[in-house]
Design a binder for this molecule. Structure first.
Ligand code: ATP
Ligand code: MG
Length: 306
Protein backbone atom coordinates (compact mmCIF):
# COMPACT_ATOMS: atom_id res chain seq x y z
CA UNK A 1 0.00 0.00 0.00
CA UNK A 2 1.22 3.49 -0.74
CA UNK A 3 1.83 5.83 2.17
CA UNK A 4 -0.99 8.24 2.79
CA UNK A 5 -3.42 6.21 0.70
CA UNK A 6 -4.88 4.75 3.90
CA UNK A 7 -5.64 8.20 5.25
CA UNK A 8 -3.11 7.55 7.99
CA UNK A 9 -2.43 10.27 10.56
CA UNK A 10 1.22 10.10 9.56
CA UNK A 11 0.80 12.92 7.11
CA UNK A 12 3.39 15.62 7.72
CA UNK A 13 5.01 17.90 5.17
CA UNK A 14 8.00 15.73 4.39
CA UNK A 15 11.50 16.98 5.10
CA UNK A 16 13.76 16.38 2.11
CA UNK A 17 17.34 15.68 3.13
CA UNK A 18 20.09 15.41 0.51
CA UNK A 19 23.07 13.33 1.59
CA UNK A 20 25.88 14.99 -0.33
CA UNK A 21 29.64 15.34 -0.54
CA UNK A 22 31.38 15.42 -3.89
CA UNK A 23 34.23 13.48 -2.39
CA UNK A 24 33.93 9.78 -3.23
CA UNK A 25 33.66 6.95 -0.74
CA UNK A 26 32.96 9.03 2.37
CA UNK A 27 29.87 7.06 3.37
CA UNK A 28 27.04 8.91 1.59
CA UNK A 29 25.21 5.79 0.45
CA UNK A 30 25.80 3.91 3.71
CA UNK A 31 24.40 6.94 5.53
CA UNK A 32 21.45 7.39 3.16
CA UNK A 33 20.38 3.73 3.37
CA UNK A 34 20.84 3.32 7.10
CA UNK A 35 19.46 6.69 8.09
CA UNK A 36 16.37 6.10 5.93
CA UNK A 37 15.96 2.59 7.37
CA UNK A 38 16.31 3.98 10.91
CA UNK A 39 13.66 6.63 10.26
CA UNK A 40 11.36 3.89 8.96
CA UNK A 41 12.12 1.74 12.01
CA UNK A 42 11.11 4.74 14.14
CA UNK A 43 7.72 4.32 12.44
CA UNK A 44 7.72 7.33 10.18
CA UNK A 45 7.07 6.91 6.48
CA UNK A 46 10.35 7.41 4.68
CA UNK A 47 11.39 7.52 1.06
CA UNK A 48 14.93 6.92 -0.13
CA UNK A 49 15.67 8.29 -3.60
CA UNK A 50 18.74 6.96 -5.38
CA UNK A 51 20.09 9.93 -7.37
CA UNK A 52 23.37 8.24 -8.30
CA UNK A 53 23.94 6.33 -11.56
CA UNK A 54 26.19 3.97 -9.57
CA UNK A 55 22.89 2.76 -8.04
CA UNK A 56 24.54 1.63 -4.82
CA UNK A 57 21.55 2.55 -2.66
CA UNK A 58 19.35 0.51 -5.01
CA UNK A 59 21.52 -2.61 -4.94
CA UNK A 60 22.20 -2.06 -1.24
CA UNK A 61 18.50 -2.54 -0.57
CA UNK A 62 18.49 -5.76 -2.57
CA UNK A 63 17.21 -4.52 -5.94
CA UNK A 64 18.92 -6.23 -8.86
CA UNK A 65 19.86 -4.21 -11.94
CA UNK A 66 16.81 -3.86 -14.17
CA UNK A 67 16.75 -1.26 -16.96
CA UNK A 68 13.01 -1.81 -17.44
CA UNK A 69 12.04 -0.91 -13.90
CA UNK A 70 10.88 2.69 -13.59
CA UNK A 71 13.71 4.60 -11.93
CA UNK A 72 14.98 8.05 -11.06
CA UNK A 73 16.14 8.60 -14.66
CA UNK A 74 12.56 8.26 -15.95
CA UNK A 75 11.37 10.49 -13.13
CA UNK A 76 13.89 13.23 -13.91
CA UNK A 77 13.25 13.12 -17.64
CA UNK A 78 9.48 13.34 -17.10
CA UNK A 79 8.85 9.89 -18.59
CA UNK A 80 7.29 8.67 -15.33
CA UNK A 81 5.94 10.20 -12.16
CA UNK A 82 7.67 9.79 -8.81
CA UNK A 83 4.72 7.72 -7.68
CA UNK A 84 5.19 5.32 -10.60
CA UNK A 85 8.83 4.91 -9.58
CA UNK A 86 8.04 3.98 -5.95
CA UNK A 87 9.11 0.55 -4.77
CA UNK A 88 8.21 -1.04 -1.47
CA UNK A 89 11.04 -2.55 0.58
CA UNK A 90 11.54 -5.13 3.27
CA UNK A 91 10.83 -2.45 5.87
CA UNK A 92 7.18 -1.60 6.12
CA UNK A 93 7.64 2.16 6.29
CA UNK A 94 10.51 2.50 3.83
CA UNK A 95 10.01 3.09 0.11
CA UNK A 96 12.67 3.42 -2.58
CA UNK A 97 12.91 5.23 -5.87
CA UNK A 98 15.65 3.17 -7.49
CA UNK A 99 18.32 4.27 -9.91
CA UNK A 100 19.94 2.69 -12.93
CA UNK A 101 23.22 3.39 -14.64
CA UNK A 102 21.34 5.04 -17.50
CA UNK A 103 20.86 7.98 -15.10
CA UNK A 104 24.37 9.07 -16.12
CA UNK A 105 22.79 10.25 -19.40
CA UNK A 106 20.57 12.68 -17.54
CA UNK A 107 23.56 14.90 -16.83
CA UNK A 108 23.84 15.58 -20.56
CA UNK A 109 20.19 15.33 -21.53
CA UNK A 110 19.12 17.80 -18.86
CA UNK A 111 21.53 20.53 -20.00
CA UNK A 112 19.21 21.92 -22.67
CA UNK A 113 15.99 21.35 -20.79
CA UNK A 114 13.93 24.14 -19.37
CA UNK A 115 14.15 24.36 -15.58
CA UNK A 116 16.88 21.75 -15.62
CA UNK A 117 17.79 22.29 -11.95
CA UNK A 118 14.17 21.98 -10.78
CA UNK A 119 13.25 18.62 -12.31
CA UNK A 120 13.63 16.60 -9.12
CA UNK A 121 11.97 19.22 -6.96
CA UNK A 122 8.96 19.23 -9.25
CA UNK A 123 8.86 15.45 -9.54
CA UNK A 124 8.95 14.91 -5.78
CA UNK A 125 6.48 17.70 -4.92
CA UNK A 126 3.37 15.46 -5.08
CA UNK A 127 4.96 13.00 -2.63
CA UNK A 128 6.10 15.44 0.01
CA UNK A 129 3.05 15.26 2.20
CA UNK A 130 3.07 11.47 2.08
CA UNK A 131 6.44 10.99 3.75
CA UNK A 132 7.92 12.29 6.94
CA UNK A 133 11.42 12.10 5.49
CA UNK A 134 12.68 11.93 1.92
CA UNK A 135 16.38 11.05 1.81
CA UNK A 136 18.33 11.70 -1.42
CA UNK A 137 21.55 9.76 -2.04
CA UNK A 138 23.78 11.95 -4.25
CA UNK A 139 26.62 10.96 -6.57
CA UNK A 140 30.23 11.95 -5.78
CA UNK A 141 30.19 15.02 -8.02
CA UNK A 142 28.81 18.53 -8.04
CA UNK A 143 26.97 17.75 -11.27
CA UNK A 144 23.42 18.39 -12.47
CA UNK A 145 22.18 15.36 -10.52
CA UNK A 146 23.53 16.66 -7.22
CA UNK A 147 22.31 20.14 -8.16
CA UNK A 148 18.81 18.75 -8.72
CA UNK A 149 18.95 17.02 -5.34
CA UNK A 150 20.11 20.19 -3.56
CA UNK A 151 17.39 22.26 -5.22
CA UNK A 152 14.80 19.64 -4.19
CA UNK A 153 16.08 19.48 -0.62
CA UNK A 154 15.20 21.34 2.54
CA UNK A 155 18.58 20.50 3.96
CA UNK A 156 21.84 18.78 3.24
CA UNK A 157 23.52 16.20 5.42
CA UNK A 158 27.25 16.02 4.78
CA UNK A 159 29.01 12.78 5.66
CA UNK A 160 32.71 13.33 6.27
CA UNK A 161 35.33 10.76 6.96
CA UNK A 162 37.16 11.40 10.22
CA UNK A 163 40.56 11.46 8.59
CA UNK A 164 43.36 13.76 7.67
CA UNK A 165 41.92 15.07 4.40
CA UNK A 166 38.35 15.42 5.64
CA UNK A 167 38.13 19.14 4.92
CA UNK A 168 39.59 18.90 1.47
CA UNK A 169 37.00 20.07 -1.04
CA UNK A 170 34.53 21.10 1.63
CA UNK A 171 34.80 24.78 0.67
CA UNK A 172 33.70 23.88 -2.86
CA UNK A 173 30.64 22.09 -1.49
CA UNK A 174 29.80 24.96 0.86
CA UNK A 175 30.27 27.45 -2.00
CA UNK A 176 27.87 25.41 -4.12
CA UNK A 177 25.34 25.38 -1.28
CA UNK A 178 25.67 29.17 -0.96
CA UNK A 179 25.18 29.66 -4.69
CA UNK A 180 22.11 27.41 -4.67
CA UNK A 181 20.70 29.36 -1.75
CA UNK A 182 21.30 32.65 -3.58
CA UNK A 183 19.83 31.60 -6.91
CA UNK A 184 17.70 28.48 -6.76
CA UNK A 185 16.66 27.35 -3.28
CA UNK A 186 16.85 30.03 -0.57
CA UNK A 187 15.53 27.63 2.07
CA UNK A 188 18.37 25.14 1.73
CA UNK A 189 19.86 24.60 5.19
CA UNK A 190 22.71 22.50 6.43
CA UNK A 191 21.10 19.64 8.33
CA UNK A 192 24.39 18.54 9.76
CA UNK A 193 27.83 17.11 9.26
CA UNK A 194 28.25 13.50 10.31
CA UNK A 195 31.58 11.85 10.93
CA UNK A 196 31.73 8.43 9.29
CA UNK A 197 34.17 5.52 9.59
CA UNK A 198 35.19 7.20 12.80
CA UNK A 199 37.65 5.56 15.15
CA UNK A 200 37.51 7.56 18.35
CA UNK A 201 40.47 5.71 19.85
CA UNK A 202 42.98 7.54 17.68
CA UNK A 203 44.39 10.97 18.45
CA UNK A 204 44.03 11.92 14.82
CA UNK A 205 40.29 11.19 14.81
CA UNK A 206 39.85 13.28 17.96
CA UNK A 207 41.86 16.11 16.43
CA UNK A 208 39.76 16.06 13.25
CA UNK A 209 36.58 16.02 15.34
CA UNK A 210 37.72 19.03 17.36
CA UNK A 211 38.59 20.93 14.20
CA UNK A 212 35.24 20.14 12.60
CA UNK A 213 33.46 21.17 15.80
CA UNK A 214 35.29 24.50 15.77
CA UNK A 215 34.25 25.04 12.18
CA UNK A 216 30.71 23.67 12.07
CA UNK A 217 29.65 24.28 15.69
CA UNK A 218 26.24 22.76 16.47
CA UNK A 219 25.97 21.50 12.91
CA UNK A 220 28.42 18.74 13.71
CA UNK A 221 26.20 15.82 14.68
CA UNK A 222 26.81 14.53 18.19
CA UNK A 223 26.44 11.00 16.85
CA UNK A 224 29.48 9.63 15.04
CA UNK A 225 29.44 6.52 12.88
CA UNK A 226 32.18 4.01 13.74
CA UNK A 227 34.04 1.94 11.21
CA UNK A 228 32.04 -1.27 11.42
CA UNK A 229 32.29 -4.35 9.26
CA UNK A 230 28.53 -5.03 9.44
CA UNK A 231 27.87 -1.70 7.69
CA UNK A 232 30.18 -2.78 4.87
CA UNK A 233 28.69 -6.29 4.65
CA UNK A 234 25.00 -5.43 4.82
CA UNK A 235 24.64 -4.04 1.24
CA UNK A 236 26.00 -7.22 -0.30
CA UNK A 237 23.07 -8.97 1.39
CA UNK A 238 20.70 -6.30 0.08
CA UNK A 239 19.79 -5.20 3.57
CA UNK A 240 20.02 -2.17 5.80
CA UNK A 241 22.33 -2.84 8.75
CA UNK A 242 19.45 -2.79 11.22
CA UNK A 243 17.90 -5.72 9.35
CA UNK A 244 21.19 -7.54 8.70
CA UNK A 245 22.51 -7.21 12.24
CA UNK A 246 20.36 -4.96 14.43
CA UNK A 247 22.73 -5.20 17.37
CA UNK A 248 25.84 -4.21 15.49
CA UNK A 249 27.56 -0.98 16.47
CA UNK A 250 26.98 0.31 12.94
CA UNK A 251 23.22 -0.26 13.02
CA UNK A 252 22.98 1.25 16.50
CA UNK A 253 24.91 4.35 15.50
CA UNK A 254 22.56 5.09 12.59
CA UNK A 255 19.55 4.57 14.85
CA UNK A 256 21.09 7.17 17.18
CA UNK A 257 21.72 9.53 14.26
CA UNK A 258 18.09 9.22 13.13
CA UNK A 259 16.93 9.95 16.68
CA UNK A 260 19.20 12.98 16.87
CA UNK A 261 17.80 14.28 13.59
CA UNK A 262 14.19 13.64 14.58
CA UNK A 263 14.83 15.55 17.81
CA UNK A 264 16.46 18.40 15.91
CA UNK A 265 13.49 18.55 13.56
CA UNK A 266 11.09 18.64 16.51
CA UNK A 267 13.23 21.45 17.92
CA UNK A 268 12.75 23.47 14.74
CA UNK A 269 8.98 23.23 15.15
CA UNK A 270 6.43 23.07 12.35
CA UNK A 271 7.34 26.40 10.83
CA UNK A 272 10.88 27.53 10.13
CA UNK A 273 11.56 30.12 12.82
CA UNK A 274 14.01 33.01 12.61
CA UNK A 275 15.98 31.23 15.35
CA UNK A 276 16.30 28.04 13.32
CA UNK A 277 19.95 27.49 12.38
CA UNK A 278 20.76 28.33 8.79
CA UNK A 279 23.60 27.72 6.42
CA UNK A 280 25.18 30.93 7.71
CA UNK A 281 25.69 29.31 11.09
CA UNK A 282 27.79 26.62 9.52
CA UNK A 283 29.69 28.52 6.90
CA UNK A 284 30.62 31.63 8.81
CA UNK A 285 30.07 35.22 7.71
CA UNK A 286 29.58 36.44 4.18
CA UNK A 287 29.99 32.96 2.76
CA UNK A 288 33.76 33.22 2.70
CA UNK A 289 34.24 29.55 3.37
CA UNK A 290 37.76 29.28 2.05
CA UNK A 291 38.90 31.92 4.51
CA UNK A 292 36.93 30.25 7.27
CA UNK A 293 38.59 26.93 6.58
CA UNK A 294 41.98 28.56 6.74
CA UNK A 295 41.09 29.72 10.23
CA UNK A 296 40.66 26.16 11.44
CA UNK A 297 43.67 25.28 13.54
CA UNK A 298 45.72 22.75 11.67
CA UNK A 299 43.64 22.92 8.46
CA UNK A 300 46.47 24.48 6.50
CA UNK A 301 48.81 21.81 7.70
CA UNK A 302 46.27 19.19 6.67
CA UNK A 303 46.03 20.56 3.16
CA UNK A 304 49.76 20.85 2.66
CA UNK A 305 50.33 17.23 3.42
CA UNK A 306 47.59 16.22 0.98
P1 ATP B 1 30.45 7.18 -3.59
O1 ATP B 1 31.10 8.53 -3.51
O2 ATP B 1 31.17 6.24 -4.53
O3 ATP B 1 28.99 7.24 -3.85
P2 ATP B 1 29.83 6.94 -0.84
O4 ATP B 1 30.24 8.28 -0.33
O5 ATP B 1 28.40 6.71 -1.10
O6 ATP B 1 30.66 6.54 -2.13
P3 ATP B 1 29.79 4.47 0.59
O7 ATP B 1 29.50 3.70 -0.64
O8 ATP B 1 28.69 4.62 1.58
O9 ATP B 1 30.38 5.88 0.22
O10 ATP B 1 31.03 3.86 1.38
C1 ATP B 1 32.25 3.58 0.70
C2 ATP B 1 32.76 2.23 1.17
O11 ATP B 1 33.03 2.27 2.56
C3 ATP B 1 31.76 1.11 0.96
O12 ATP B 1 32.46 -0.07 0.66
C4 ATP B 1 31.08 0.98 2.32
O13 ATP B 1 30.60 -0.32 2.57
C5 ATP B 1 32.21 1.33 3.27
N1 ATP B 1 31.75 1.99 4.47
C6 ATP B 1 31.01 3.12 4.57
N2 ATP B 1 30.79 3.45 5.85
C7 ATP B 1 31.41 2.50 6.59
C8 ATP B 1 31.57 2.28 8.01
N3 ATP B 1 31.05 3.13 8.90
N4 ATP B 1 32.26 1.20 8.40
C9 ATP B 1 32.80 0.35 7.52
N5 ATP B 1 32.70 0.50 6.18
C10 ATP B 1 32.01 1.56 5.72
MG1 MG C 1 27.39 6.43 -2.94
Amino acid sequence: MLPGSSGSPNNPMGRVIAVANQKGGVGKTTTAINLAASFAAAEVNTLLVDCDPQSNATSGLGFAKDPDRVNSYHMLMGAASAEEALQTTELEQLWLIPSHKNLIGANLELVDMEGREFRMRQALAPLRDRFHFIVLDCPPALDLLTLNALVAADSVLIPMQGEYFALEGISELLDTIERIRAALNPELAIEGVVLTMFDDRTNLAQQVKTELKNFFGDKLCTTTIPRNIRLAEAPSHGKAALVYDPRSKGAESYIRLAKEMIERQAGYGQQPSPEAPTTEDAVGHGGDQAAAIEEIPGAEKMDKTA
